[in-house]
Unconditional design. Structure first.
Length: 380
């Protein structure tokens, strides 16, 4: 029994030893081929510059009557200005009265139906995230739901009489008309004086000086009067040297506003003592979206490289210096020549077989490690 036990023990030890040896020596590792894209880019930060005109009197309160981003024709009414707080309060009451009268005069305009309609409209606006009618809905709900007044019959006549009285004695109210056509925005930041002409041959410090002290100008809003807008960005001078004036380049804005534009490189400035320069880009797209923006960060994308991700361990060289990988095709190893297009540190991007006609495609099985591999060897 002792001899049999010793023999069984040695057999188990030998089996474990062979298993460990095979696991350490006969390594076989594969990964699935994946399509991958790498962007060559650099960071930039700077200012949106447009041709802008401030609307309205600088000393009056104003309420726009057009939406942000709306295209405005020359001579169109864009806002109402109030010379005093009393005029502003009167205008608010006038607006509320007009809304209440218009809804009650509409077919089926009872207090109950109007209340329900406004509550449902506010609920829908909250769920959809559309707050463009928030002010109007708030006035309606305050008028009907919370006051509980019944403005039908004689009550409606009283509202109309109140409206006429307010209209007859209202003063200090002036309508603001657009002197030119353009895109409207309420956002006035005090840098409307900075136009595209200020960017000629400018340095990073000069750009900072332009936007250091905003003016105290106020108004009813402003118009962007030219559809072409500019992005004056501070960049590393070495990265900027890769750009060519007059050529397009992709600019990805980041932060609160995220969008990508194909922009024209207008100018590349001189390198300063910090190794930076100002690059001016331009575009004529989506001016209604960028109308309220000023300072913004971005990624300038020089190139996008796409291919198949391959670990460097899987790349092999033959005697003639050709690069190739082994794929597991069925139960055999298959040699496939590859073209390296990008070095990503611990891996390469190689050209997709869909372009070269080789079997290396997304989803192929790449052999990373194996012993004594050769084309046609049984591996599975």
């Amino acid at each position: 029994m002792k001899v049999i036990t010793a023999v069984l023990f040695l057999a188990v030890v030998c089996y474990i030893g062979v298993y460990v040896y095979n696991a350490l020596i006969n390594t076989y590792v594969t990964i699935p081929a994946m399509s991958y894209s790498i962007e060559e880019s650099c960071r930039a930060q700077g200012y949106i510059v447009r041709t802008e005109t401030i609307l309205g009197d600088t000393g009056s309160a104003a309420t726009p009557i057009v939406a942000d981003g709306e295209k405005i024709a020359s001579g169109q009414a864009v806002a109402v200005e109030y010379s005093s707080s009393e005029a502003l309060e009167t205008a608010g009451e006038l607006r509320a009265l007009r809304l209440r009268i218009a809804q009650l005069e509409a077919p089926g305009g009872s207090v109950t139906s109007v209340c329900l309609e406004n509550v449902m409209a506010l609920s829908a606006a909250v769920h959809s995230g559309d707050l463009s009618r928030l002010d109007e809905l708030s006035i309606n709900i305050a008028s009907y739901v919370f006051t509980g007044e019944d403005e039908t019959g004689s009550g409606l006549q009283a509202l109309q009489s109140r409206l006429e009285a307010l209209e007859n004695r209202s003063s200090g109210v002036r309508t603001v008309y657009s002197p030119v056509s353009g895109v409207f925005t309420q956002a006035i930041d005090g840098f409307e004086r900075v136009g595209p002409g200020s960017l000629a041959d400018i340095s990073p410090s000069g750009l900072a000086d332009l936007f250091r002290s905003p003016s105290t100008t106020a108004g009813a809003g402003k118009l962007v009067t030219e559809f072409r807008w500019y992005y004056a960005a501070v960049m590393d001078a070495g990265d900027a040297a890769r750009l060519t004036e007059g050529r397009p380049v992709a600019v990805q804005f980041t932060g609160v506003y995220r969008a990508m534009f194909d922009m024209r490189v207008e100018s590349v400035g001189r390198r300063d003592e910090d190794g930076e320069c100002v690059v001016v880009f331009s575009s004529d797209l989506s001016v209604h979206e960028i109308a309220p923006l000023r300072f913004i960060r971005a990624e300038v994308i020089f190139d996008v490289v796409s291919g198949i991700y391959v670990p460097k361990e899987a790349i092999r060289l033959d005697d003639e210096g050709a690069t190739f990988v082994y794929l597991q095709t069925g139960v055999r190893a298959e040699r496939v020549d590859v073209e390296i297009i990008y070095d990503a540190g611990d891996s390469y991007l190689v050209r997709d077989g869909a372009e070269t006609g080789s079997p290396l495609r997304a989803g192929s099985t790449i052999i990373v490690k194996a012993n004594k591999l050769f084309d046609g060897k049984v591996v599975g």
